[in-house]
Design a protein around this ligand. Structure first.
Ligand code: IVH
Length: 319
């Protein structure tokens, strides 16, 4: 096979193996095979600089260029969610949605509230073009180079499925508990200051000027919000299910429900069960599922009326 073809083939294969491993948790090749193919690709790319691709699997390792982040304006401002703390607050929100929709039926998507730092990823023609932090909600830091080192974030989307030409997907970057514990153990041994929690560790890591350090820290990313002019469906839940097919790791345990009782059941189930998740969560998020209904309900100055966060009791004292 000619080398240019082999480069193309290796890139496709490695994107696929990477997805199987980091998103699906189902490795299809051994680490050794993966490393060998990566090495072969690196060597071929060195020989063919004219075929440079900023989204090649080899770019995950991070370059040694220092960056200094550029500020980027968000296309859609990144708002926060109103917090609720008990069943009464949740009921008040549910009733206000009902009133806002003037009696029309609605579904609520229940999902985990991840305790990391939010990120906005932009894809154009199936390629990751930008990763931006929340910043002040209007402007964020362009951390694309660092984001590219996070293995479960697709650089190139699965070619076998249709996705919108341009979209933004938002989610949370997290440091898994296991990585956090190892990192702090190492820091303790080296008499370095410890990170207070995985959120601080993830945030410190993502803002590092050294992408190789970011690559080493094994951050994780769960996506929970798809935005764009041409989305597959009117349903938030359905859109995320599509995004999973394109290659994203989406929120675990998402569920669509109708009644208040089902919402309480979801909260109570995850209040205990979240201890078995690999990453930190501090509550659950409730979203009106239909985007048409979301638009009808609209926003206050700070947050959407169509969604709220519920903070788990154990997390309420922690700010
Ligand atoms: S949706 C307009 N879903 O919580 C709604 N946010 O105060 C956009 N978060 O800044 C956010 N898990 O960083 C959404 N499943 C989830 C979330 C989630 C965690 C964070 C996010 C946001 C903050 C809201």
């Amino acid at each position: 096979m000619i080398e240019t073809e082999r480069i193309k083939q290796l890139r496709q294969l490695l994107h696929e193996y990477n997805h199987n491993y980091y998103v699906l948790n189902m490795p299809t090749v051994t680490d050794r095979e993966f490393d060998d193919l990566m090495h072969e690709l690196q060597q071929l790319e060195e020989k063919h600089p004219e075929l440079y691709d900023s989204n090649s699997p080899t770019q995950r390792v991070g370059s040694d260029l220092t960056q200094g982040f550029a500020q980027v304006e968000h296309k859609y401002p990144m708002l926060s969610l109103a917090n609720t703390y008990n069943e009464q607050d949740v009921q008040d929100w549910y009733e206000s949605v009902k009133r806002g929709l003037e009696g029309e039926e609605f579904e609520v998507c229940c999902e985990m509230k991840y305790d990391g730092l939010s990120i906005s990823l932009t894809y154009e023609n199936g390629r990751l073009v930008r990763g931006v932090t929340r910043g002040d909600g209007v402007y964020g830091d362009d951390v694309t180079t660092n984001v590219k080192t996070i293995r479960c974030i697709p650089l190139v989307l699965n070619e076998n499925v249709a996705y919108p030409e341009a979209f933004e997907i938002r989610g949370e970057i997290l440091m898994p508990w296991s990585v956090f514990d190892d990192l702090n153990a190492k820091r303790e041994a080296a008499e370095e200051p410890l990170f207070a929690n995985p959120r601080n560790a993830a945030s410190g890591t993502l803002k590092s000027q050294d992408p190789r350090l970011v690559a080493d820290r094994h951050l994780d990313c769960y996506l929970y919000y798809l935005l764009g002019e041409t989305l597959p469906s009117d349903g938030h839940y359905e859109n995320l299910a599509e995004a999973a097919k394109w290659g994203f790791k989406i929120s675990q345990g998402m569920r669509k429900v109708k009644t208040l009782q089902e919402i309480y059941d979801f909260i109570n189930y995850w209040d205990a069960e979240r201890k078995n998740l690999p990453v930190a969560t501090d509550g659950i998020v409730l979203k009106v599922n239909s985007i048409r209904q979301q638009q009808h309900l609209g926003y206050t100055a700070k947050s959407p009326r169509w969604a709220i966060a519920y903070k788990f009791k154990a997390e309420q004292a922690v700010t």
